[in-house]
Design a protein around this ligand. Structure first.
Ligand code: CP
Ligand code: NVA
Length: 311
């Protein structure tokens, strides 16, 4: 039996695979302009397939985009929270993986513990997809890069500036930098730096990734500025974070030091007045709604790749 095509982290994949997924997402989006959201793509690459979606944490975009995605590919989805399942009362991840592998064709997991995702994938005989963990959020970055390329052309050679927490979303940008050939500058407080192993691996692959505490230096001339919540779902140090991140807000003044036609991205949910001002996220440079929509298109192509229909 061939190994299932898991989609756990961007660093695990060849650049050509990720490029094929991104290009497929653009093509699928273009092919259905004007169609109702529920219409099935002409090639229906997931016809007869079922996707299980397990959420151990809250979600709006990931939940609805994966469900919409599998339907648009001609398949069907089953959504559950972890607490409704037996894993919520101690059944092992391995037994869950073995059971689901006999009932569905792929499993998406959102969890607080990246190790659970890895365990699920190791024990599953069907593809497992990372729908966000404490360590990474790869699906978001494919959708973001799709929006960026749609508005500013090929991402290779562009500079993306991250402002704020060196968190899970930031990690997946680091993983993507060498694969897609963009420069990634990160401005973060000293206590909230990105994972050192992620930085080492990316730089070892030739990625231009810079970490600084000077947000103006990070953003200067950037093609794209990205921020995320100061307090992620797994974070308990709420008050400390609000203090540490106070200087790391993306406002109109900071955007003015990026390239004149720079764009703004944020995975959402956003906190206006904290990591970003309303003027930026609701302003003309913001691509956040395009990127949110692209979660559907990007994940369709990730699913199609998992099912062997792409790449
Ligand atoms: N960006 C993102 O993953 O959003 P949700 O938490 O709403 O799924
Ligand atoms: N960093 C955020 C992303 C939410 C989509 C979190 O983990 O809560």
């Amino acid at each position: 039996m061939t190994a299932p095509r898991h989609f756990l982290d961007l660093w695990r994949h060849h650049a050509t695979t990720l490029r094929a997924i991104l290009d497929d997402a653009k093509a699928r989006k273009a092919a259905r302009i004007g169609w109702p959201h529920g219409a099935v793509d002409a090639d229906a690459p997931a016809a007869g397939r079922t996707l299980a979606m397990i959420f151990e944490k809250n979600s709006t975009r990931t939940r609805f985009s994966f469900d919409a995605a599998i339907r648009q590919l001609g398949g069907s989805g089953i959504i559950s929270t972890g607490s409704d399942m037996q894993i919520g009362r101690g059944e092992t991840i391995e037994d869950t993986a073995r059971t689901l592998s006999r009932m569905v064709d792929a499993v998406m997991l959102r969890t607080d513990d990246h190790a659970k995702l890895e365990t699920l994938a190791a024990a599953a005989s069907v593809p497992v997809i990372n729908g966000l963990t404490d360590k990474s959020h790869p699906c978001q970055i494919i959708a973001d890069l799709q929006a960026l390329e749609e508005h500013r052309g090929p991402v290779a050679g562009q500079t993306i500036a991250w402002v704020g927490d060196g968190n899970n979303v930031c990690a997946s940008y680091i993983h993507a930098a060498a694969k897609f050939g963009f420069k990634f500058t990160i401005a973060c407080p000293a206590a909230y730096q990105p994972n050192a192993d992620d930085l080492r691996r990316a730089r070892g692959e030739g990625a231009a990734v810079i970490v600084t505490h000077d947000l103006r230096a990070a953003v200067r001339g950037a093609d794209c500025v990205v921020s995320d919540a100061w307090v992620s779902m797994s974070d308990l140090d709420h008050q400390e974070r609000l203090i540490a991140f106070a200087p790391f807000q993306v406002d109109e003044n900071l955007m003015a030091s990026a390239a004149p036609d720079a764009v703004f991205l944020h995975c959402l949910p956003a906190h206006r007045g904290e990591e970003v001002t309303a003027g930026v996220i609701d302003g003309p440079q913001s691509l956040v709604w395009e990127a949110a929509e692209n979660r559907v298109h990007a994940q369709k192509s990730i699913l199609a790749w998992c099912f062997g229909a792409v790449g």
